[in-house]
Design a protein around this ligand. Structure first.
Ligand SMILES: CC(C)(COP(=O)(O)OP(=O)(O)OC[C@H]1O[C@@H](n2cnc3c(N)ncnc32)[C@H](O)[C@@H]1O)[C@@H](O)C(=O)NCCC(=O)NCCS
Ligand SMILES: Nc1ncnc2c1ncn2[C@@H]1O[C@H](COP(=O)(O)OP(=O)(O)OP(=O)(O)O)[C@@H](O)[C@H]1O
Length: 202
């Protein structure tokens, strides 16, 4: 069984994924793949500079992630160009990693921030698991983690589905408004459910 784990920016996807991984669950994370594909020297970096401008690069030729972020979350056309470069390559690598995991575990997790925004991943997954929290918590945690302004975080949230829509589309939901210990209790409960597919009901 393949579980697609999703959630808005700063909702706690990586934190939950790390807790599933600690329970022995194979985890594939498309944000990790995206970072690998945009590491210094990767062909995608040159493609991004070609399409979005050389000011997207640092002096050493690596991707200036903050510059790309501020450009694409203020300009939907630039965002589509960036996604056009990265999304097919990210998807191809995610598929390769899923094949590699194969049937080595009762279930595996694929972390896809844009699971419900992009139709690409729906055919690959058996269930979706939403990590959900109040928008004010998302904003506060993202600002603390990434040194972004409230406006920057809100711009990114505006490029994502609303919390309400995600909640309507998800098969399973973990609420992550509380502590990391509370998150872990919920992760363990879903882990039990996923390793016993006969109790996965809807
Ligand atoms: C804009 C970039 C350079 C900013 O890099 P940065 O290191 O600051 O962020 P990171 O990649 O870790 O992403 C953090 C979060 O931003 C949000 N986000 C990223 N890309 C997008 C997008 N295209 N649309 C909406 N939200 C996005 C997601 O919640 C994601 O979890 C980077 O996010 C990027 O290359 N995005 C395009 C690839 C993409 O769409 N990735 C998302 C999943 S496939
Ligand atoms: N329950 C929690 N209690 C306290 N801090 C938390 C909790 N869950 C997550 N965090 C923290 O909030 C920040 C955002 O969490 P995390 O990186 O897991 O979110 P994410 O959904 O993967 O974000 P992104 O969309 O940016 O990739 C991190 O610094 C993380 O340690």
């Amino acid at each position: 069984m393949i579980v697609g784990l999703t959630g808005g920016i700063g909702s706690g996807k990586s934190a939950a994924a790390a807790q599933f991984a600690a329970l022995g669950t194979p985890v594939i994370d498309v944000d990790v793949i995206s970072h690998q594909l945009t590491a210094a020297g990767q062909p995608a970096v040159l493609a991004i500079a070609r399409e979005l401008g050389n000011d997207m690069l640092n002096a050493d030729g690596s991707l200036n992630r903050a510059a790309v972020r501020s450009k694409v979350f203020e300009d939907a056309v630039a965002r589509q160009q960036l996604e056009g470069i990265l999304h097919p390559a990210i998807y191809e690598e995610a598929q390769r990693q899923l094949q590699e995991v194969g049937n080595t575990a009762p279930y595996c997790i694929i972390v896809v921030p844009l699971l419900f925004e992009s139709e690409r991943y729906q055919p690959l997954i058996d269930r979706s698991l939403l990590i959900d929290c109040e928008e004010s918590v998302q904003i506060a945690r993202t600002m603390q983690r990434s040194q972004m302004s409230e406006m920057e975080v809100k711009n990114i949230m505006a490029a994502q589905l609303s919390r309400e829509t995600r909640r309507q589309l998800a098969n399973d939901i973990i609420s992550n408004n509380g502590s990391l210990d509370e998150l872990q209790k919920n992760v363990i409960a879903f882990h039990q459910k996923y390793i016993n597919p006969c109790i996965v009901s809807n």
